[in-house]
Ligand binder design. Sequence first.
Ligand code: 7TS
Length: 424
Amino acid sequence: MHTRPEDIVITSDNSSRLCARTIKADFPVLSQDINGHKLVYLDNAASSQKPQSVIDELSRFYSEDNANIHRGLHTLAERSTNAYESTRKRVAKFIGCQNPDEVILNSGTTAGINLIAYSWGEEHINEGDEIVITEMEHHANLIPWVILAKRKKAVLKRIPITSDGRLNLDDIENIITDRTKILALSHMSNVLGTINPVTEIAEIAHKHGAIVVADGAQAVPHMPVDVSTLGVDFYTFSAHKMLGPTGVGVLWGKKELLDKMQPFMTGGEMIREVHFDKVTWAEIPHRFEPGTPNIAGVVGFAAAIDYLENIGMDKIRQHEIEITRYALEKLSKIDKLDIQGPTEPDIRGAAISFTDHNVHPHDISTFLDSKGIAIRAGHHCAQPLLRILGKVATARASFYIYNDEADVDALVQAIIEMKKYFGV
Ligand code: 7TS
């Protein structure tokens, strides 16, 4: 069921393009009709669909290997532990990390950012210190810092956005100062699609002695990411947005920082020695993985990474640049439709937010669903950003490896029909 090199179609301009139709056949959920129409799934920024190989691996694990990890001495326990730990190595390689101990497996991006805000933040943030975020953050990379700033009487500062949805770095030297202890920013915005110049901004933060956390929830599924050259200290992402199971995620952190951090959550399998009056912690990564994790999900995640690597992250990025270019071009021709975010596909991902002058985003989504098209409408867990954009909600179509121009055409056609239906 894996996509093979022969599935990559070479076009006349020599750029390799994905054959989305072949890829689609690997995803059983996509073969169904919704409301009498072939499903067009454009809600990938919320969660991606799963290829048969991931579904099979979950089933295989439960059918053949299932046992708890890091504790049993019997054969199934050993197999489960090996499968779980081999995903850790797989993830490390996928993101360019040399030491798998720097990879903490958890429930998702939200868990990773909360861990840093509590473990690192509790120890290092003091009254009057500055925490810098951006105006385009998802609540997962916003609320933990709002709470930390309140708890510690620290100052929360933010990098503003430009009218075309990029970070405005004009005043960056005044925003990031010697009082800045931490900079937390998204690598790719889930609303605007913007790919932020993380390396450039991280360099400024490091010059002032701050640490840098990047939220890679929208980036890792869609483009090559190499933490060894990105220039950040912590990086977080979620398996479910990159073909993997839900409830699995990754926090990558530099060993020298993780080694010094106290655990955020305590319990089984994260200790060295426990007494009634004293506890010592296990080494990383186990110190930050208390309790029984989503073992099957982690094992299935390796199959998702296999699937993506088999295609190649460079090719995935190229495919999405092309589909984004096509979608922006088509959508921008629709009357009274506003598109958010940068207009150049080279500096953005394939999540495209838009609003109609007359039809509420929820009604857009409901109408599109009646045509079998799944998009998301709402504030996308970025209320402060939506307020800045002057919107209560937007409609958002987000594309992935199994989407092609025909899906864009279906979206555009349905929006045109919707406007006719509402008479606007
Ligand atoms: N950060 C970003 C940039 C995100 O887009 C999301 C999820 C998260 C963090 C949280 O990830 P989780 O896996 O821990 O939940 N974004 C969305 C979205 O845009 N629509 O639904 C979920």
